[in-house]
Design a binder for this molecule. Structure first.
Ligand code: FAD
Ligand code: EPU
Length: 341
């Protein structure tokens, strides 16, 4: 039975712990409850905001209309048990990291590099989560959605989702038009490790293991992440605040003449991705605090909230963007979804 509350504080529903209030709020734990919530909002002509773990949102104002927290659970193997390919069907409300641990316990491999990413499974396709050399799109089969305007169920394939680096159809033409209810992933009983990411390679090399297992890769990723990234329950944050900018190799060569330490990675299309954390650190922002918000002292790409507001955070982000543009001629794009009236 759907229960809608009024004027609900969202502080504990966003990992930046920003003060914001939902005009109306409900949790849905099944597709029928979701349909009920959509019909309720449609009848009242209210806008809808979808929320998962709140780990990639900047709530810089109150949210008008109905905020729907997606709590649809379930993890199911849908391929034949004796098949090497493990096709799994995951409810949008499953916790992502718990899902990764569960699949490893079952011997369904492929998600180990994506360990310890906060949030829920249903949000993973929105920005095509990625870490340590693997992106969701590498393990993706399809997903199931409900179209907000019509309530119709629509299944989308890998092609339909238009995944890119921290990008998808749901950030472009499909923005705010679909609720993802289920994500179908393609894992494997066969071990096929991705160990190319420099920090991961170095960490495992130092351990001098005879043979590396998927569980050890997951443990290594967790250890590296814990050493760099602040735990949102201790220091509120939303992970990387900016995307790593992708620019032409000519521009990189010009910058390298002036800044020999510039960190860049080759892309498949010949362009290069810069480490935004390096740019922000070199521009002098690492560890600073201003108006209750700041830049993390271990990872300059992570903005943190001590006791500020979303507007304070966006103001700091704007100052950082301006100074990086001024120093390097490179534009930084904000990664989390900003909600601001
Ligand atoms: P939310 O923040 O609740 O929502 C994000 C967006 O998705 C919102 O626009 C929301 O409306 C929409 N949305 C949510 N659920 C649904 C749904 N079911 N259907 C349709 N739309 C929906 N990201 C990475 O890619 N790699 C990392 O390594 C990484 N590390 C992080 C580390 C930290 C400490 C933190 C705090 C964040 C990190 N992130 C990382 C970002 C974040 O964890 C991911 O983007 C995650 O997928 C967000 O999930 P969520 O459930 O919290 O989404
Ligand atoms: N660096 C600095 N100074 C800093 C931070 C980083 O010089 O303050 C340098 C590092 O020394 C390294 C390079 O930048 O040479 C890259 O740093 P790191 O490996 O920490 O990764 P990142 O590029 O900062 C990206 C993702 C993370 C993801 C990691 C691991 C983006 C925007 N961020 O961070 O994702 O976990 O790689 O794959 O792509 C997120 O999206 O929220 C997120 C945390």
């Amino acid at each position: 039975m759907l229960s809608v509350q009024q004027q609900v504080p969202l502080l504990k529903y966003n990992t930046l712990a920003l003060p914001s209030t939902a005009e109306y709020f409900c949790k849905v734990s099944s597709e029928s409850e979701l349909q009920e919530a959509l019909a309720w909002a449609r009848q009242k002509q209210l806008p809808i905001t979808l929320l998962g773990g709140g780990s990639n949102v900047v709530l810089a104002s109150d949210l008008a209309g109905l905020v729907i927290y997606i709590a649809i659970s379930g993890i199911e193997l849908i391929s034949e048990p004796n098949q090497a390919e493990k096709l799994i069907r995951v409810g949008a409300g499953e916790d992502w990291h718990q899902l990764v641990l569960y699949t490893l316990q079952q011997g369904w491999y492929g998600l180990e590099n994506l360990s310890l990413i906060p949030g829920l499974a249903g949000a993973a396709p929105i920005q095509n989560i990625g870490a340590y050399g693997v992106e969701l799109s590498d393990r993706f089969h399809s997903l199931e959605t409900i179209e907000l305007s019509s309530g119709q169920s629509i299944t989308m394939t890998l092609e339909d989702c238009e995944f890119g680096y921290r990008d998808s159809f749901f950030k472009g033409a499909g923005r705010d038009q679909y609720v993802i209810t289920t994500v179908n992933l393609k894992l494997s009983a066969k071990v096929n490790l991705c160990l190319e990411y420099p920090a991961l390679q170095q960490y495992l090399k130092a351990k001098t293991l005879a043979e590396v297992t998927p569980q050890q890769v997951s443990d290594a990723v967790c250890a590296i992440r814990r050493s760099k990234l602040p735990d949102p329950t201790e220091i509120p944050n939303a992970g990387s605040f900016f995307k790593n900018p992708v620019i032409s190799s000519e521009q990189v060569e010009t910058l390298k003449q002036k800044y020999p330490g510039l960190v860049s990675y080759e892309q498949a299309d010949g362009r290069k991705k810069l480490a935004a954390g390096w740019l922000v650190e070199q521009a002098g922002w690492k560890g600073i605090t201003s108006s209750g918000v700041g830049v993390h002292d271990h990872q300059a790409l992570v903005l943190v909230n001590y006791h500020g507001t979303g507007k304070d955070l966006l103001s700091l982000a704007g100052d950082i963007q301006a100074s990086v543009l001024d120093k390097f001629g490179v534009s930084l794009e904000i990664e989390p979804r900003v909600y601001c009236k």
